[in-house]
Design a protein around this ligand. Structure first.
Ligand SMILES: [Fe+2]
Length: 273
């Protein structure tokens, strides 16, 4: 897989593939992941959510779910689980999982080096009353476009000191500094492009203006329908995406208190094989 060049305006992208773990469906799902960086599938309604995700991961060859290093710490363990329940709870103090607010563009694995968490799976147990769409941003394709048009601006995004992300969990002091984009040894362009509260940009010496142009370009691209799509997951639909190739975010939502939005999230170090 190289940079995903698909135009995200194509309606095929948000159409869920009916998935029953068959060989042909699995090939289709992998193809969509390769073509678009993500795929949506409608899972069987007689399989319990955790089992559905476990079987899907096994079929795709994703290995065991990975617990992000932010949640491997003694002081954050309460938030960490291989199967993370994403839902709003009045009592929650998690800045992202526990609220109905929108989430800025980011990649999963805040403290991991670029390209570590390669695949994310989001299984929808119950959608929100309204809102809550997951936004996918083909940040690597946008970066390539920037590099073609204005290589001087693109340069700082590859700098190993350019992007600091830090935990916004209360009383948790943890961060990671690295490039926003990088080329792997096999040539694949990977991303940890993010915006919002967890992010601090640090321009290399003398490159502030270049970095500003780069960020203005990426922020505009994030609103451009060629690069960005918002998906509403229905119950029993699953979204699989290449966390090392695309960035993602979430729109704010409104809950029915009796039946709140509920997603299950798992992370993997592997890509489908
Ligand atoms: Fe996320």
């Amino acid at each position: 897989m190289q940079v995903v060049r698909a135009d995200y305006r194509s309606p095929e992208l948000s159409t869920a593939l009916t998935y029953r773990y068959g060989r042909q469906e699995t090939e289709q799902l992998k193809q969509r992941l390769d073509d678009h960086g993500f795929a949506v599938a409608a899972m069987p309604d007689d399989v319990e959510p955790h089992t559905a995700v476990e079987r899907l991961a096994a079929t795709l060859g994703l290995g065991q779910p990975y617990i992000a290093s932010l949640y491997q710490r003694e002081d954050t363990k309460e938030h960490g689980a291989a199967y993370t329940d994403v839902r709003s709870q009045a009592s929650s103090d998690h800045p992202a999982f526990g609220t109905t607010a929108g989430q800025s563009m980011h990649v999963d694995g805040l403290l991991e080096p670029i390209g570590t968490v390669r695949t994310t799976v989001l299984y929808c147990v119950r959608p929100a009353l309204s809102g809550g769409r997951t936004v996918l941003f083909n940040s690597t394709a946008a970066f390539e476009e920037l590099r073609r048009r204005d290589p001087q601006a693109a340069g700082p995004l590859l700098d190993p000191g350019v992007l600091r992300r830090r935990s916004t969990l209360p009383n948790v002091d943890a961060d990671h500094v690295g490039p926003a984009f990088a080329y792997r040894e096999d040539g694949l362009l990977i991303t940890r492009y993010a915006e919002g509260d967890t992010v601090e940009w640090r321009a290399p010496d003398g490159r502030s203006a270049d970095l500003e142009r780069a960020l203005a370009f990426l922020r505009a691209a994030g609103e451009d329908k060629r690069y960005s799509v918002a998906l509403r997951l229905e119950a029993r639909q699953v979204l699989v995406f290449r966390n090392d190739v695309v960035s993602h975010g979430r729109e704010a939502y409104r809950d029915d208190p009796a039946a709140p939005r509920h997603l299950i999230r798992t992370l993997y170090l592997e890509t489908p094989r």
